[in-house]
Design a protein around this ligand. Structure first.
Ligand SMILES: [Zn+2]
Length: 365
């Protein structure tokens, strides 16, 4: 269902008579209702164990390749799967929303997901539901506790957005022997002011000009202005200027974007260019992980409103996503990959299911 991007359990049930299944499963395909009920009672750790087995196999076959700097990065990010005013379950989070008909209680589910980024594809490794009354940082630490146990050597650094620029998160990650790199925003005003004040008086640490993009970076470690973190931190600023030609009048416009990161990585182990590269990696979870899963894989669809089922369907979708990425990037020939999109390949796979239906040939009148 996920790999072929069918979008619903009912669409899968419509394919129940397909002869395709007999070569893969020994019993008939369960109905949509049965699949929902099975997901609700499935222990998520059994699905996580399959995920781990898949990762081990990929490592053994040397399918996971390192970046130019040699470090593997794990991105954590929170994601809201759906929101509703109507039905709710034990795992629902709640918030008050002002509507035209007065204040209403909205119910929703959120999880924190971990994604391993590699140069050519990303792997969704694990997810943890956010429980009522806790914030994303607490959920992410529970997630990382398990990820560190299941994938102790899979990554060197944990990346997160500004929400994770939190002393609890920094202490937790560094306390487990990993580095951490997050986006630095207004919440840490003292640190930002100190860093920007110092950078103003400094020449850039690293400058690059390539393909019409100019990058100027400032990089300094040993900032004591975030005492809650427990140790001095390193701050990196990147000012990136890109020239684009406006479609409307053909004029060249210069776009500037500023990036500020804070990290525990010492300068002696990793240079400025690699920190900037890792900082930009954080967006991979938006672009490759969530956006792809939500928009193309229908991971947000509420297959069954039950806290266990929601998690199990998301974990199953993650496995499907990883298998598909692996198949696309390591099994298909480069020349074929260059010609087709992933969507195309998913449709070819779906066509196998439809073609094996007994009434596959349309009756034309
Ligand atoms: Zn719920």
């Amino acid at each position: 269902m996920f790999v072929c991007r069918l979008g619903s359990l009912n669409a899968l049930e419509d394919l129940k008579p397909s002869k395709f299944w007999s070569s893969w499963i020994e019993t008939p395909l369960p109905s949509a209702d049965q699949l929902g009920r099975i997901a609700a009672v499935t222990c998520p750790n059994t699905v996580r164990a399959s995920m781990r087995e898949l990762y081990d196999r990929m490592r053994r076959m040397k399918s996971i390749r390192p970046w130019f700097h040699g470090y593997f990065a794990l991105i954590v990010d929170g994601h809201e799967s759906h929101a509703t005013y109507r039905r709710h379950c034990d795992g629902c989070l709640e918030r008050k929303i002002k509507t035209a008909n007065g204040e209403k209680t909205q119910y929703y589910h959120r999880n924190v997901t971990a994604l391993l980024v590699t140069p050519d594809f990303s792997l969704l490794l694990d997810a943890e539901p956010q429980l009522p009354g806790e914030d994303e940082v607490v959920t992410s630490m529970r997630l990382l506790e398990r990820v560190l146990k299941n994938y102790p050597r899979a990554f060197d650094v944990v990346l997160g957005d500004a929400k994770f620029t939190d002393p609890r998160f920094f202490q937790f990650v560094t306390g487990h022997g990993k580095q951490v790199l997050t986006v630095l925003k207004d919440e840490r005003r003292d640190l930002i002011q100190d860093a920007l004040g110092l950078f103003k008086a400094m020449e850039p640490t690293w400058v690059s000009e390539e393909d019409g993009k100019e990058v100027r970076c400032w990089d300094q470690e040993g900032f004591p202005s975030w005492p809650q973190c427990g140790k001095a931190v390193r701050v990196v600023l990147a000012i990136e200027k890109t020239k684009v030609r406006r479609q409307l009048d053909g004029q060249v416009e210069e776009l500037t974007s500023n990036w500020l990161w804070v990290t525990s990585f010492p300068k002696e182990t990793i240079g400025t260019q690699a920190v900037v590269h890792l900082g930009h990696d954080r967006w991979a979870i938006e672009n490759q992980g969530f956006n792809e899963a939500v928009n193309r894989w229908y991971s947000d669809h509420l297959y069954k409103h039950h806290p266990g089922a929601i998690l199990v369907f998301w974990l199953m979708c993650m496995i499907a996503y990883n298998v598909f990425q692996w198949f696309f990037h390591r099994n298909l020939k480069a020349a074929y990959r260059a010609k087709v999109s992933m969507q195309h390949v998913a449709r070819v796979l779906a066509s196998c299911l439809y073609q094996a239906l007994p009434e596959a040939k349309p009756q034309l009148t």
